[in-house]
Write a protein that binds this ligand. Sequence first.
Ligand SMILES: [Zn+2]
Length: 115
Amino acid sequence: MVIHIQKCQNCGSTNLKNIIFRESGEPDRIYAQCHDCQEFVASYVISPLGYYHNGKGYESFLRGIHRSGEFMSGRNIKKLFLDRRDGEERAFTKVIEELKNKEKKSSKNANNKRD
Ligand SMILES: [Zn+2]
């Protein structure tokens, strides 16, 4: 697993704003802007069903499905939602653990640096 915290290429800040851009018939896009210097940092195109909004529940998930143009039975959608929710929560926990490990290592390395 590789964990990377996105930084502003202009000022090095990790204080970024994600702006969701939706246009009908187009995939959702995220524009990341630096909160500190306002620089345009990055943009992402979200794949169909690629966006998961934690804590927003089933209704929000359904709207995402409709936007993506997918057709499936209600039962399948419910299962898809539950699997997605549980999978995303597990993955997030792992990511945060890995991030803590990385930060521990890098603070050790910073203390050991002699140059
Ligand atoms: Zn910046």
